[in-house]
Design a binder for this molecule. Structure first.
Ligand code: FMN
Length: 160
């Protein structure tokens, strides 16, 4: 059976909630990407938007798992300023040469915005995402996202 790793970055917990739910359904490995730069408070928020917009990288805690040892990497990421959070950009570029097939769970404030990070991931990696799903922060707050995640998981199952 193909091995799957789900990595996520989450500042406020919405992406974490969705990532944990998905990894339970897939029974796959899960790893949190930790940004070592402080992103809390109003200054943290403003810096986060600026750094994402400028496509900056950051320092991340050294990941324990190597995506090169998996057949599928699912990236769960929020949209920041229409772009990737620096921690996700850093992770992708760090493992660029070893990335397996990719899928995306994009979380965002406004519907449709996860397509922006999908395009960016495909551009950086040169790989086509094999599956994507978008969940809004409101859908997570209202616990109204599980059907979407089930569909996403069902789409992935045949290749696992
Ligand atoms: C700095 C920053 C910039 C954001 N920019 C966008 C954006 O451009 N478009 C959007 O739809 N949501 C945007 N959001 C909302 C987040 O994508 C959304 O709330 C997401 O679910 C947060 O995930 P988290 O709780 O895992 O941190 C932004 C949030 C932050 C903190």
């Amino acid at each position: 059976m193909a091995k799957t790793l789900l990595v996520f970055y989450s500042r406020k917990g919405k992406t974490k909630t969705v990532a944990e739910e998905t990894s339970k359904l897939l029974n796959c490995d899960l790893e949190e990407i930790i940004d070592l730069k402080k992103r809390t408070g109003i200054l943290g928020f403003l810096g986060a938007g600026r750094d994402a917009f400028l496509k900056k990288k950051t320092s991340i805690k050294e990941p324990e798992k190597n995506p090169g040892e998996y057949n599928l990497l699912i990236i769960a990421s929020p949209v920041w300023a229409g772009n990737l959070p620096p921690a996700i950009r850093t992770y992708i570029e760090r493992f660029q040469a070893q990335l397996p097939q990719l899928a995306l769970i994009g979380t965002c404030g406004f519907k449709g915005n996860s397509s922006k990070i999908a395009v960016e991931i495909e551009k950086i990696t040169g790989k086509k995402l094999i599956a994507t799903v978008e969940v809004t922060a409101k859908e997570v707050s209202e616990n109204n996202y599980k059907d979407k995640i089930q569909d996403f998981v069902n789409n992935l199952k045949p290749i696992m």
